[in-house]
Design a protein around this ligand. Structure first.
Ligand SMILES: *[C@@H]1O[C@H](CO)[C@@H](O)[C@H](O)[C@H]1NC(C)=O
Ligand SMILES: *[C@@H]1O[C@H](CO)[C@@H](O)[C@H](O)[C@H]1NC(C)=O
Ligand SMILES: *[C@@H]1O[C@H](CO)[C@@H](O)[C@H](O)[C@H]1NC(C)=O
Ligand SMILES: *[C@@H]1O[C@H](CO)[C@@H](O)[C@H](O)[C@H]1NC(C)=O
Ligand SMILES: *[C@@H]1O[C@H](CO)[C@@H](O)[C@H](O)[C@H]1NC(C)=O
Ligand SMILES: *[C@@H]1O[C@H](CO)[C@@H](O)[C@H](O)[C@H]1NC(C)=O
Ligand SMILES: *[C@@H]1O[C@H](CO)[C@@H](O)[C@H](O)[C@H]1NC(C)=O
Length: 383
């Protein structure tokens, strides 16, 4: 099951609107949203999110701007991905994001859409770093291929660098870069010494397979990508308000929690799987997952829905679980799972349960050791 490809396939809808004067500063929400390779000094308002995208002019000194080939400029690709910045010179080129709050958690997301911009018909493979810390190898397959990479890290300084490193397998480039501040209570798995590298953030049960949920539905602007499997799953949903539990440390958005899936075969299990994404610099990734649940059906008091979550035949959580009616809750681990080449998840009803299992959403991350996440001290002046 190539779960990872779901992230790549789905790009945001076209957006275009007004023009804004820009500066290399976070906006009032602390967001930085960069359209890499955009010519000039003026940005624009994205009409889907109402977020303002700015050119990358003030964030990096190196590289050259390009447009993707016209045949790839389709409505399925957002305007931001029509252009990019590539870095033919130098082994390591960085963007510097400034005016941050030292010690805060940040979500950092980078988008890569190749679109045969160089006419070489050969997407490059290169490495992406947050400061000195390796995040991932960017490996785009196919001329119309795209990659979206995300890290959640504690940034110890008032700036952070995002760096593209040439590994001798093509010219690094980047299409878009976002930074979103997160409250320190969110994502307790993220510490000064450990970040998270997003593998997938899936919303089970949306009605359309292009319906990505992000800002403003998610105030933190995480991107929740649909995972749809009508052959095995049926959708259950509610239009009623779903609340977050008190002291929620993940704050899943309402719209994600209003939909869930249940097995089409009511006596069957919910089953899905992913393969470890192995790469030379991270050959045995350690995964963690956050499993999100909300009961979306009002059940009579004598009707029980209760289930177990199994990973490769072992319990993820040592007890059975019953979702709360219209409250967003989750099961998560602080430590990575045992490392396997593949991860089979099976959610099965307990013998006391009168209803099949459900699940609303899942996030899967690999852990990323971090030291001094901001930068190489030698790099600060250079960008
Ligand atoms: C964007 O802002 C405009 C003007 O404030 C508002 O009318 C519109 O509904 C907003 N769109 C979204 C998607 O929030
Ligand atoms: C990319 O396309 C835009 C809009 O057509 C144009 O203004 C810009 O000059 C192009 N950029 C490059 C690097 O060719
Ligand atoms: C990039 O991905 C392709 C397809 O999955 C794979 O064949 C290739 O080996 C990967 N490149 C590197 C450098 O790992
Ligand atoms: C439904 O699931 C049960 C339990 O796994 C299995 O025994 C049964 O054959 C399944 N029915 C269908 C129609 O697939
Ligand atoms: C995962 O499931 C597949 C298909 O059912 C099976 O072939 C494989 O052995 C399972 N892997 C593990 C580690 O349990
Ligand atoms: C599950 O683990 C917790 C914490 O280790 C423990 O307190 C609890 O008794 C365990 N429950 C069962 C059913 O074993
Ligand atoms: C469900 O999972 C539990 C825990 O792994 C296991 O003990 C039980 O046999 C499973 N039940 C079914 C019906 O698969």
């Amino acid at each position: 099951m190539a779960a990872r490809s779901w992230l790549f396939i789905l790009c945001l809808a076209v957006a275009a609107a007004g023009v804004l004067q820009t500066s290399a500063q976070p906006d009032l929400k602390g967001f930085i949203s960069i359209d890499c390779g955009l010519e000039g000094k003026t940005g624009y308002l994205d009409d889907k999110t109402n977020l303002s995208y700015v050119p990358d002019d003030g964030f990096t000194d190196a590289g050259t701007n390009h447009n993707i080939s016209v045949e790839f400029m389709t409505p399925l690709i957002s305007r931001r991905n029509y252009n990019l910045r590539s870095f033919p010179d130098g082994e390591r080129n960085c963007y510097t994001l400034r005016s941050l709050t030292a010690g805060l958690k940040y979500l950092i997301r980078a988008a890569f859409v190749y679109g045969n911009y160089d006419g070489l018909k050969k997407p490059p493979v290169f490495d992406l770093y947050i400061g000195v810390n390796f995040l991932t190898m960017v490996n785009i397959t196919g001329l119309d291929g795209a990659a979206l990479e995300e890290a959640i890290v504690v940034v110890p300084d008032d700036f952070v660098q995002v760096c593209l490193v040439n590994t001798g397998t093509g010219t690094p480039f980047i299409s878009g870069l976002d930074l979103r501040p997160l409250k320190s209570t969110l994502y307790p798995q993220v510490t000064e010494t450990q970040g998270l590298s997003l593998f997938g953030r899936w919303n089970f049960g949306p009605t359309s397979n292009t319906e990505i949920i992000r800002y403003p539905d998610d105030p933190h602007d995480r991107e929740w990508v649909p995972w749809i499997n009508p052959f095995d799953w049926t959708v259950i949903s509610t239009t009623t308000m779903v609340q977050n539990i008190e002291n929620d440390i993940f704050e899943a958005p309402l719209r994600v929690m209003q939909t869930a899936i249940t097995p089409r075969n009511a006596s069957g299990n919910i089953e899905f799987a992913w393969d470890a994404y192995t790469q030379p610099k991270d050959p045995t990734p350690g995964y963690i997952a956050n499993f999100y649940f909300t009961e979306v059906q009002l059940l009579p008091s004598n009707v029980l829905r209760q289930f177990y979550i199994n990973l490769n035949g072992r319990l993820v959580y040592n007890e059975s679980y019953t979702p709360l009616y219209l409250y967003a809750d989750l099961i998560y681990e602080k430590k990575p799972f045992l490392r396997y080449p593949e991860y089979n998840i099976s959610i099965n009803a307990t013998s006391n349960s009168m209803l099949p299992p459900i699940i609303n959403a899942i996030e899967v991350f690999s852990v990323m050791p971090t030291i001094n996440v901001a930068t190489d001290s030698e790099d600060v002046g250079e960008n």
